[in-house]
Write a new protein. Structure first.
Length: 281
């Protein structure tokens, strides 16, 4: 129970931090320079520019509707964390501007806003939530079609950003596309760097010893796959497991210490789903 509560508190605080950075990107970089966004956030900025509707109101209402879609296709845990993110984003959007940054070089806020957007979404994703909007749709595309989160979000966001040319003009629409691209690149890079999983395949004459050592060190599932070598026609189990970058740095020396002649293959994994192990990039 303590572990569960600790995890919930950690994720909740991460989401609050991500929501705060997200609001800074909108309030201090995008809106003051008439730069749009994609998805629901793009609609909130368009509503603000065209009809003076407070972004917090539009964000809460539209994302609330999209959360109903999330309940159908995503885990309930992700949905509840996402609702937590929506609440805090709406709260922070109502606060006064934090940085009050102004410049005539509009490419600067476009890039800065994109970087902050990517960082904020990564933090929220690390907290097992989403910012709803296009991230809900991106999660669905990722889960069922294997598309990267950042790339899927960019696709949906452009569907809103490009038509915004009629509200914010051609130049600001181009700046919006640049901001969205930067955001997607930052998000994909952070997820790949800090959230990636590795698949490790080990072929050795000392399978039992290596498996025992790995199990004691990792405390997670390890799979043995029956295999047969073509040249010698020898049957031998192959060790297969999913781990993090940090664990790879421990696994390879351990295997070498048990069997210096072991054959080890490490592959990048973009999507992992299983009990107590779920990282979708």
């Amino acid at each position: 129970m303590f572990l569960i509560n600790k995890t919930i508190i950690r994720n909740g605080l991460q989401i609050i931090l991500g929501a705060f950075i997200y609001a800074i990107a909108i309030n201090d970089f995008l809106i003051p320079h008439q730069i749009g966004e994609g998805g629901v956030t793009g609609l909130t900025t368009i509503g603000y520019y065209a009809l003076s509707i407070p972004p917090a109101v539009t964000n809460f209402v539209l994302n609330g509707i999209l959360m109903l879609v999330g309940f159908r296709f995503l885990s309930k845990k992700t949905v509840w964390y996402s609702l937590w993110a929506i609440v805090w984003i709406s709260i922070f959007l109502k606060l006064p501007r934090f940085l009050n940054y102004q410049t005539t070089q509009t490419i600067i806020p476009a890039i800065a806003g994109g970087v902050l957007m990517g960082i904020s979404m990564w933090i929220i994703f690390r907290g097992e939530g989403t910012i709803a909007g296009s991230t809900i749709l991106a999660k669905i595309m990722n889960r069922y079609f294997g598309m990267k989160n950042g790339s899927a979000m960019l696709m949906f966001d452009l569907c809103v950003a490009i038509p915004s040319v009629f509200i914010i003009g051609f130049q600001n629409m181009i700046l919006t596309v640049i901001e969205l691209y930067v955001s997607a690149v930052v998000l994909n890079s952070l997820l790949s760097r800090f959230g990636a999983r590795k698949a490790v395949t080990i072929i050795s004459n000392q399978t039992d010893e290596i498996t025992s050592e790995l199990s004691e060190m990792l405390h997670q599932g390890i799979t043995l796959i029956s295999a047969k070598g073509y040249y010698h026609q020898e049957k031998r189990p192959i060790i297969y497991l999913i781990c993090t970058d940090k664990q790879v740095a421990q696994i390879v020396p351990l295997v070498s210490s048990v069997d210096p002649d072991a054959f080890v293959v490490v592959d990048n994994v973009h999507s992992v789903k299983g009990e107590a192990l779920e990282k979708i990039l």
